[in-house]
Write a protein that binds this ligand. Structure first.
Ligand code: FMN
Length: 445
């Protein structure tokens, strides 16, 4: 590991913060949920703080369940389509990386390959695709499916991603010879149709778009189950890790990097980022008070509904302070195997109330959480980074002001400690991450 290793920092953007009551704070002002100027402001704040990338999650559906509870949340209820959003933001920023989520269970690989490649060109090589297999089952009926089983999702994802990578290499890097002498715009020997016929997809290719400034968009991923980690080890270039302690993060880091050799990859071809929930203010007490103010605004029906959704079991019949026991968990979780494993461990130790589950699990999904002063936040980041259990952090801010607070209070502290860049040194997302541009690869045809 090099002496001057710097952390990678990404941000999971939410227009009003990740806290479920976030939208209520600005309810007397115009709605910003689908206002690109609001997102531009957010992206520019992150760029001023020299972050590696901003990130847009997706579920392609509002949450299922009793409409009275569902209608109390902004998340996934009113949002821009993430690829369109990042294409627009690429024109309103100049350096920061842009990562959008799309689901392999529902999209066609040709659409995905073409859109992602276009956004990578449009942004000058700043785009990444967050490959998800769909933690959110409610999207399936929007695409003509009843549901998609966890085991099948990852099998499909492998084939889907193989096809996408093949389409991204439809042309060799120097295919566009534009030779008036011969009259060839492109060299006929340097275009490569795919002729893919697999278990799930039949795609001829080629894709009518050349390789991008980064070779291809960065592949981002967050699987934590066995099949999820294998997928990550094979394809992932940025991986999100959800772990609440240094020990667990270390075990995950070694596990996932250890799996890479099997796929012929070097450990340095991947950046593992730990999810970190941050509320930062000048003093610890101010941070605690700011968060507590939000907690007071939560409606019990919303909390019960979120617990039902995240535990994949209906607890709407319980009161908010009733206990949930381990036997209420489903025999087999389908949404997130890794989330289910955490819950099973906790509830086996002791029953927890619905309220506790909402606070302890749903609000962070068991990620490390810091509510504190700039030094306290920087201390946690430094401790994890120095321990070698992470290459950086995926930030989530419950408060709408989160990015501004972090940029103003924590980034200078990280820079002072020599842990984070003073300025961008390159132009592409790969440059920021220190990842090599992938070579063009011939596929068997
Ligand atoms: C920071 C972060 C962001 C995520 N964003 C999404 C998302 O936008 N859409 C989605 O379906 N899943 C998302 N996930 C969930 C993962 O894709 C994955 O399903 C989850 O980590 C469980 O892994 P498993 O499927 O291997 O059990 C995200 C996970 C993390 C840690």
């Amino acid at each position: 590991m090099s002496e001057n290793r710097q952390m990678v920092i990404g941000w999971l953007m939410e227009p009003a913060g990740t806290h479920h009551a976030g939208w209520q704070v600005s309810a007397d002002q115009p709605d910003t949920a689908h206002d690109i100027r609001h997102f531009a402001k957010m992206a520019q704040e992150a760029e001023a703080a020299k972050l590696d990338f901003i990130f847009q999650a997706d579920a392609a559906s509002i949450r299922p369940g009793p409409i009275d509870a569902v209608s109390r949340q902004l998340t996934y209820a009113n949002m821009l389509e993430p690829f369109t959003q990042m294409a627009a933001l690429s024109q309103l920023t100049s350096k920061i990386g842009l990562v959008s989520t799309a689901c392999t269970s529902f999209w066609e690989p040709f659409n995905l390959a073409r859109l992602a490649s276009s956004v990578d060109h449009i942004s000058g090589g700043r785009f990444g695709w967050n490959v998800v297999t769909g933690r959110h089952p409610m999207a399936a009926p929007n695409y003509g499916h009843d549901s998609i089983a966890h085991s099948d999702r990852y099998k499909r994802a492998h084939e889907f991603t193989d096809v996408v990578l093949g389409l991204w290499d439809s042309y060799e890097d120097d295919a566009f010879c534009r030779d008036p002498q011969s009259g060839h715009y492109f060299d006929p020997a340097k275009i490569h149709p795919l002729y893919h016929e697999g278990e799930y997809y039949k795609v001829r290719g080629p894709m009518p778009l050349g390789r991008t400034p980064q070779g291809h968009p960065v592949l981002v991923q967050a699987g934590s189950s066995g099949p999820g980690k294998d997928f990550a080890a094979r394809f992932g270039e940025v991986i999100f890790s959800i772990n609440g302690t240094v020990e667990k993060a270390g075990a995950f880091y070694e596990d996932i990097k250890g799996r890479m050799a099997h796929y012929g990859r070097e450990r340095d071809e991947m950046r593992v980022l730990s999810a970190l929930v941050v509320v930062v203010r000048e003093t610890t007490q101010e941070a605690i008070d700011a968060f507590e103010d939000m907690q007071q605004r939560l409606h019990p029906e919303l909390m019960k509904h979120t617990v039902s959704y995240d535990l994949e079991t209906d607890v709407m019949d319980l009161d908010i302070d009733d206990y949930v026991t381990v036997d209420r968990l489903p025999a087999e979780a389908n949404s997130s195997k890794s989330g289910d494993a955490v819950l099973r461990e906790w509830l086996t130790q002791r029953p927890m109330t619905v309220r506790e589950l909402y606070f302890e699990f749903c609000q962070s999904r068991s990620s490390k959480t810091v509510h504190g002063s700039p030094a306290e936040v920087a201390d946690v980041m430094e401790e994890w980074f120095a321990a070698g259990v992470t290459d950086g952090f995926m930030l989530m801010f419950p408060l709408e002001s989160g990015m501004r607070d972090f940029g103003r209070l924590v980034v200078p502290e990280l820079q002072r400690r020599g842990l984070f860049r003073q300025d961008y040194e390159g132009n592409t997302l790969r440059d920021h991450l220190g990842l090599k541009r992938p070579e063009w690869k011939a596929r068997p045809s």
